[in-house]
Design a protein around this ligand. Structure first.
Ligand SMILES: NC(=O)c1ccc[n+]([C@@H]2O[C@H](COP(=O)([O-])OP(=O)(O)OC[C@H]3O[C@@H](n4cnc5c(N)ncnc54)[C@H](O)[C@@H]3O)[C@@H](O)[C@H]2O)c1
Length: 416
């Protein structure tokens, strides 16, 4: 087998996410960390020491991200900074003709997304969001079932991010970290791509379908102030963010998507996945799949002679053997279940695109469409739930059936 060319990357933003990503990057033999950058010296020291412990040659070190972007050793740039900084850095990266990889998060304005689109279109350089949940085993299984036609025509989806972050937000409140400040000052679905990314791919958003309008409602806010009081001893802190934000997106092909955001009320984690078509349904919270004509349907005759039907869930795992996505067939014995496993698949998908100079499986139009829902939901909440229109970042090209690049990493089609 031929050796893969080594790809040299730079990493801007050396926070806790980079520590987690390093766990995967250090397993990738054909990736070299050529440069690192952070505004804070203590973060540079921390990441440098992890690299030394793992016998990785010390990369070039920068405090100014513009210098890292210009470093000729750097071919592609990872940007796990913060929601208010990563899009501008991604634009600068693409203008330098280099591949950009941003982390998850929503946009603050539609304008910054147009800037991202223009930077990519004018430079020809791609931008990928490292949305690791797109490579989750169940998300890919459902993509496979949908593309094989087992769910029939798609009608309705749900997704979300319901993850109790009371302790983390209280710590961030004390240290002034940006995520907490977003929740203090904004009110909308601030963190939605873990759920929305896989659903948007399944619904072929930007490839024959698009988001048309967004309507969003937020509840009152109690959980955030309760959490900072409990974990940080700060009383009477007012957060603008509602405890539960519910958003409905209407799509051009007639499907609706309901998204739920909730990070401030105690509860177990869920991404609330649901994909429903004319023949079948996946419901994450039931860990169930039901497919008409395949799943059990018990028929009972009551004493009057009429027949009633009970449709029964099948466990999601019972579909793995026959319908696991080819990527998970390849990776399931190599990576851990859970987000670290998804991370390595996502990173390899990006590196493969850089190495072969192809479009990444999550492109700049996906990034813009998914991230736009955050600021559109804010606008809708502020207008009492009024629907607001979604921009078409493809400028009409969504109606063209752009063929998916025939790559095993594709999230548009399933290539064996
Ligand atoms: N995909 C996932 O599962 C997942 C998990 C956690 C976090 N994230 C995302 O990763 C991103 C980073 O999260 P985090 O928890 O590491 O944040 P963090 O605040 O801990 O780290 C961000 C780092 O970026 C640095 N930084 C900010 N602006 C900079 C600039 N202009 N130049 C250089 N350095 C700069 C900061 O100094 C900080 O060290 C966020 O977008 C977050 O949503 C994703």
């Amino acid at each position: 087998m031929s050796e893969k060319r080594t790809v040299s990357i730079g990493v801007i933003g050396l926070g806790s996410r980079t520590e987690t990503l390093l766990f995967s990057i250090l397993q990738m033999k054909d990736v070299r960390i050529a440069a690192i950058c952070d505004l804070k010296q203590e973060r540079i020291d921390k990441i440098s020491s992890i690299l030394s412990r793992n016998n990785v040659p010390q990369p070039a070190v920068y405090r100014d991200c513009k210098e890292l972007i210009k470093d000729p050793q750097v071919e592609a740039v990872f940007i796990p900074t913060s929601w208010n900084s990563h899009l501008k850095i991604a634009c600068d990266t693409m203008k330098e003709g280099k591949y950009a990889a941003i982390e998850v998060g929503g946009a603050s304005s539609i304008e910054e997304l147009w800037q991202l689109i223009r930077a990519s279109e004018e430079s020809g350089a791609p931008c990928m969001m490292l949305e690791n949940c797109c490579y989750g085993r169940n998300e890919l299984l459902i993509l496979n079932l949908v593309r094989k036609g087992l769910f029939g025509e798609l009608i309705y989806c749900e997704c979300g991010y319901e993850h109790y972050l009371g302790k983390e937000l209280a710590e961030e409140y004390e240290s002034g970290l940006e995520r907490c400040r977003h929740n203090l000052h904004r009110n909308g679905d601030l963190y939605l791509t873990h759920g929305l990314g896989p659903i948007a791919k399944i619904l072929r958003i930007n490839r024959g379908n698009r988001f048309l309008s967004v309507s969003s409602h937020a509840t009152k806010s109690r959980g955030f102030s309760q959490a900072v009081e409990k974990f940080a001893g700060a009383s009477k802190v007012h957060f603008n963010e509602g405890d539960i934000v519910t958003t409905v997106i209407h799509c051009a092909n007639g499907e609706n998507i309901t998204i739920t955001h909730g990070v401030s009320l105690p509860r177990p984690y869920t991404r609330n996945g649901r994909v429903q078509g004319t023949r079948g349904i996946w419901l994450e919270n039931a860990n169930g799949i039901y497919i008409d004509g395949i799943s059990p349907c018990l028929r009972k005759k009551d004493p009057s002679g009429s027949i009633s039907e009970t449709h029964e869930w099948e466990q999601v795992e019972s579909y793995y053997e026959k319908y696991d996505h080819p990527l998970w067939k390849e990776y399931k014995d190599k990576v851990a279940e859970g987000r670290r496993g998804y991370d390595i698949i996502t990173l390899e998908a990006f590196i493969d695109a850089v190495r072969n100079r192809t479009q990444p499986p999550i492109d700049v139009y996906d990034c813009a469409a998914w991230m736009s829902i955050t600021c559109l939901s804010e606008q809708s909440v502020a207008l009492g739930g009024m629907p607001v229109p979604c921009p078409d970042f493809t400028n009409g090209r969504w109606i063209e059936s752009r063929p998916a690049s025939p790559s095993k990493w594709s999230l548009d089609e399933v290539f064996d």
